[in-house]
Design a protein around this ligand. Structure first.
Ligand code: GAR
Length: 201
């Protein structure tokens, strides 16, 4: 059975979506850790309710970004998961950390990559005026939101949408797409050829 660790900075609704699919037996895996950079993240409460160990690495308590990155890498190695899932983890990973977990770390992003990378992706989509947006689950590489794409779910952008309305519509798809990608990974159905992801039937 695969061991999964999560990294999350806030609400943790995507974390919860995977917890629910593990608890109902859809995903055959054990969630072994929640790592957070924010000691007040709501995700911590979700972990507690499900007996998932929490590793709070408070970014603010470190003297430098390098010190924080070194501690994060140490903890991630110690946890020794098969899969690391960034679910609303709002920091760019250090390139060394990304390289260390290449092929076994995934991220969920609230836009159809490669459009609207980085923060406030839903706002970027509204301001650009796209008619379709969505979410992307992708492998993490050394760049920002640039790794090989596993799954994308699309949603319409409606004329009177504001950022919140679009974010809510996308979030519903995130809650389907992330567990779907985690399940595929846990069933060894994902392989990467150059930057293309092949999904076994
Ligand atoms: C989600 O919309 C996720 O896609 C986004 O943060 C939200 C976290 O929600 N992530 C990013 O924007 C990363 N660049 P959650 O904490 O309820 O899962």
């Amino acid at each position: 059975m695969k061991k999964i660790a999560f990294l999350a900075s806030g609400r943790g609704s995507n974390f919860q979506a995977v917890i629910d699919r593990v608890n109902d037996g859809t995903i055959n895996a054990e969630i072994v850790a929640l790592i957070t950079d924010k000691p007040d993240a709501y995700a911590i409460k979700r972990a507690g309710e499900n007996n998932i160990p929490v590793f709070a690495i408070d970014f603010k308590s470190f003297g430098s970004r390098d010190d924080y990155n070194a501690e994060l890498l140490r903890v991630m190695k110690e946890i020794n998961a098969d899969l690391y899932v960034l679910a609303g983890y709002m920091r760019l990973l250090d390139p060394d950390t990304a390289a260390c977990f290449s092929g076994r770390m995934i991220n969920i992003h609230p836009a159809l990559l490669p459009s609207f990378k980085g923060l406030n992706a839903q706002k970027q989509a509204i301001e650009y005026g796209v008619r379709i947006s969505g979410c992307t689950v992708h492998f993490v590489d050394e760049g920002m939101d640039s790794g090989a794409i596993i799954l994308q779910h699309s949603v319409p952008v409606l004329d009177n949408d504001d950022e919140m309305a679009l974010a809510d519509r996308i979030l519903k798809e995130e809650h389907a797409a992330l567990p779907e990608a985690v399940k595929l990974f846990c069933e060894d159905k994902i392989s990467i050829s150059k930057r293309r992801v092949i999904i076994k039937e």
